[in-house]
Each structure stands twice: as structure tokens, then as C-alpha cells.
Ligand binder design. Structure first.
Ligand code: SF4
Length: 468
């Protein structure tokens, strides 16, 4: 289906334009999306909710039961926002044994889980056969568990570590990915997206693949029949236009894969099924030690003078990818040396804009893991249709200070209190169970004191004892 038309002459707050966007009859331009950052939040929320309801109806909002398994924390990259990575040889570095991973999956299956999200650091000590044997072993023991694993930065490092044949990066990725798919890989998570704009990525993603490689990896995955997610981590050194540029690249590459889709391919092509964004978590990270904007010498309290915005304006949604920010004058002098953190309002605003702008992505996920359960619940009124996963284990974000953990009953209760019927889904957003009756996980609970939000890092301490 062709993309809906753009109407660049209209103001972003034109009700006719936004009504057409909600109906899928018009597409926002990047400039209009950027202007929406100035719209009053309640109004923006109403539009994003209308768009969400047009796509997903008024009845169900979904969640999945999966488990994050971080198979190694050894990583060659040095992302400045990361509190998870370790060097090989550090006293607390680890690589899980396959048996440990199997135990974790068995625990997941015991509570009705359907999927694992398996990501790790980029560990050069692990050969290709380690991954192939791991996937084959998982599929042998748990044939019905969906394996959602290896984000694009990991895939790119596989290409560097394994030196596969092929004349281009795309061909090399394809060679590795086909082997992983044959061994049991089912889909790719969208980790490592952060912010695509080159000036930002060069500052925060040291040693990590660039946007072109990230997007190419996802394109290859789609052509091989995999469904993937896309992510964005914001609220650090980037400008608001960088967030829009990030979403623009996701939308463009999604257009491409939908346009080129080969219905006669051996495996039907996949595409991005979801987008989820969350604010940077600063605890224990090098980037977290960077002063907040407005607290350093010479900072201009005027929001428009935030150095990230100065650089993002010059970057012009990717028109000037290779700008040298040092040539942009004093306004950009502190680029990368100040962070502008996001709170709940900025988070909801960014998510709402993503729902309106990404007209070709089916699902928008609420990020309660970083924002807390109640902001996650409110996010269901700001464009999100999905609450993501019941969280048994998470090590990467929690290493940077996030502490939220919910069980299935609590997650269902949050959805129901927001005015929807909770429904468990699978990886492709097919509904597995609708919780409308009295046997629903939340409606069976008599004593909610047993179902309090748990502190994730404490649970992780228990779960990861003995694996480092
Ligand atoms: S974010 Fe991922 S790639 Fe970057 S340092 Fe941490 S583990 Fe490595």
C-alpha cells in the first residue's frame, strides 16, 4: 500500500491534518513532527490516543510474557550511557553456560512465558558455533519458545568477529543471519538504536555500529522473513530534531521494505512491528556524570540554545550528516558536554509524537520498565497499545538504576485500570489470551500486598548469583 500523502504547507496543529493522520490518510512531515513538541501535552495526547484507537480499537491492550537473558556482559564497545558492560577479565564479567540459559527458560515456561529476549555484550571470545549450538539446544528443549535475539550491533560485531564471505556488508550480514535462523533464531530486537544522527552517535556509542549498519541489518532480517522492533533512547545530548530524524529513518526503511516486499520469496518478508522509546537512565554511567543543561558555566537557560538542538538544526534531519559541530559557533561549544534529561512529560510527548509520525509501524510500546508502572499506564493514553513484557529479569537498564519489576497480575491490573481489557500476545502481536473473565490473572487476586512492584536490581542480585 502506498504511503499516505504529506501536506507540508499545513501547520502541525491543523485539526484537519491531524484528523487525516489519525485516519491514516495523511503523513506528518519531519518539520510538522518537530513542531508537535510545542503542542500542549493534553491535546497531543488526545490526538495520539485517537490514532492508537484507530489502529488498535478501544477494547484490548496487550502484553507479552518473556524473559530478558543477557548471556554475557563482556563487550568491546564503550557506550557512554552503559552501566552493564565489562572487560574480559573483570572480576564481575560473565558469560552464561548454555545450561544456565536453559534453566532460565524453564522458569519462564513454568509461568506461561512464550518468548526470550536474548542480548549480550559484543564478546570476541565466543565463536559462531557457540551461538549455533546455543540456539539449537534451546530449540531442541523448548521448541515452542520464540527466540528474539541479537540486536543489530551484535550482528555487526558477528560480521567482524567471524569474517564471513561476501562482497558487501549486507551480504556478510545475510550469511551470518541465515546460519542463526537455521539454528533457531526467530526475530531480532531493536536494541542499540539509541539516536541515529551521526554527531550524537559518535559521542555516545563508542565502538558501536553506525545508523546505516543498524538499518541495513534490520533490512536483511526483514528480507529473510524476520519481524523486528525499533527503539530510541533519548533525553541525553541529542536535540529534539534528532529524535524526529531517528523516527524518520525507521519510517523510510519501513517504507522501503514494504515497497520491495517479494511475495514469492521462500520466506514471506518481515518488517518492523513495533517501536519503543525510553529516556536515558544515568546511574553508574559515564554519560550520567555529564552536567545537566543549565547547571554549567555559560549555559543559556533558553531551551532553544541547548547545544544538542543547535547541532540537530544544522544536521537538518540528515541532510548534513557530516557536519563538524566545532564549526557551528559558541552555541554548539558544549555539545556532548551537557545532557538534557527527560521526565514524564517529555517521555509522554515523545511517545505520542512517535505514534502519530510512524504511520507504518503497527505497535507502540509503553516503557514502564524505565518510567515506572504508573507512567507506563498513562502511556496507554498517549499512543501506546502495548505494555511490553512481564519482567522476570533485566540486567542492562537496571544496571543504570531502573528498578521496576511487575508480575502478570499487576500488569493486567494496570491495563484494566486504564480502561482496557488485558490480552496476552505473542511476538507478532497475535492475541493468545483475552482476560475478560473472572479467571483473569488480576481478577483472581485477593491480596494485592503479595503483588507489589518489586525492585528489579534486588531480584537480579538473586537471579545472577553464581554466574559471574
Ligand atoms: S550498550 Fe551494549 S554495545 Fe554498548 S557498551 Fe553496553 S553492552 Fe556494549
Amino acid at each position: 500500500m502506498p504511503a499516505p500523502p504529506e501536506h507540508p504547507h499545513l501547520r502541525a496543529d491543523d485539526p484537519g491534518l491531524l484528523e487525516a493522520v489519525c485516519e491514516g490518510q495523511a503523513r506528518l512531515t519531519p518539520e510538522q513532527a518537530l513542531d508537535l513538541f510545542r503542542m500542549p501535552l493534553p491535546e497531543l495526547g488526545r490526538w495520539s490516543d485517537a490514532r492508537c484507537r484507530a489502529l488498535h480499537g478501544d477494547t484490548y491492550r496487550t502484553y507479552v510474557i518473556d524473559r530478558n537473558i543477557n548471556y554475557t556482559n563482556v563487550c568491546t564497545a564503550r557506550c557512554t550511557f552503559c552501566a552493564f558492560r565489562r572487560d574480559a577479565g573483570d572480576h564481575d564479567s560473565y558469560t552464561l553456560e548454555p545450561e544456565q540459559i536453559h534453566e532460565k527458560i524453564a522458569e519462564l515456561v513454568a509461568i506461561g512465558g512464550t518468548q526470550i529476549l536474548m542480548q549480550g555484550g559484543m564478546n570476541p571470545a565466543l565463536p559462531l558455533d557457540w551461538y549455533l549450538d546455543l540456539l539449537a539446544g534451546i530449540k531442541e528443549r523448548f521448541p515452542r519458545v520464540h527466540v528474539h535475539a541479537f540486536s543489530p550491533p551484535e550482528m555487526i560485531e558477528f560480521v567482524h568477529f567471524f569474517d564471513p564471505p561476501g562482497p558487501t556488508l549486507e551480504a556478510k550480514i545475510r550469511w551470518v543471519m541465515e546460519k542463526l535462523i537455521d539454528a533457531g533464531l526467530d526475530s531480532l530486537p531493536g536494541g542499540g538504536g539509541e539516536i541515529f544522527a551521526r554527531p550524537v552517535r559518535r559521542k555516545i556509542g563508542l565502538g558501536k555500529c553506525d545508523a546505516k549498519a543498524w538499518l541495513t541489518t534490520m533490512y536483511v532480517a526483514h528480507t529473510l522473513g524476520l519481524f523486528t522492533s525499533a527503539t530510541m533512547m533519548f533525553g541525553h545530548i541529542e536535540g529534539l530534531a534528532d529524535r524526529v530524524h531517528h523516527m524518520l529513518l525507521v519510517r523510510r526503511w519501513q517504507d522501503r521494505v514494504l515497497r520491495e516486499r517479494d511475495d514469492d520469496a521462500p520466506r514471506p518478508w518481515g518488517h518492523y512491528v513495533s517501536f519503543i522509546s525510553w529516556p536515558f537512565q544515568r546511574e553508574n554511567t559515564p554519560l550520567g556524570r555529564v552536567p545537566d543543561w543549565g547547571t554549567g558555566d555559560g549555559d543559556d537557560p533558553d531551551r532553544d540554545a541547548f547545544p544538542g538542538d543547535v547541532v540537530a538544526r544544522a544536521h537538518a534531519f540528515g541532510e548534513h550528516e557530516d557536519i563538524d559541530y566545532r564549526e557551528l559557533g559558541p552555541g554548539a561549544a558544549n555539545f556532548g558536554r551537557r545532557v538534557r534529561r527527560s521526565g514524564a512529560v517529555d517521555y509522554l510527548r515523545t511517545q505520542a509524537i512517535s505514534r502519530l509520525f510512524l504511520d507504518n509501524v503497527f505497535s507502540i510500546g509503553a516503557s514502564w520498565v524505565t518510567m515506572g508502572p504508573h507512567i507506563g499506564q498513562v502511556a496507554l493514553k498517549f499512543g501506546a497499545n502495548d505494555m511490553g513484557s512481564v519482567m522476570m529479569e533485566e540486567n542492562v537498564v537496571s544496571a543504570a538504576g531502573t528498578t521496576y519489576c511487575l508480575d502478570e497480575a499487576l500488569l493486567c491490573r494496570l491495563i484494566r485500570e486504564a480502561g482496557f481489557t488485558p490480552a496476552q500476545r505473542d511476538n507478532t502481536y497475535d492475541i493468545l489470551r483475552i482476560h475478560a473473565g473472572p479467571d483473569s490473572p488480576d481478577l483472581r487476586v485477593r491480596d494485592w500486598s503479595e503483588h507489589r512492584v518489586k525492585r528489579l536490581h534486588q531480584q537480579n542480585a538473586e537471579l545472577t548469583v553464581g554466574v559471574s
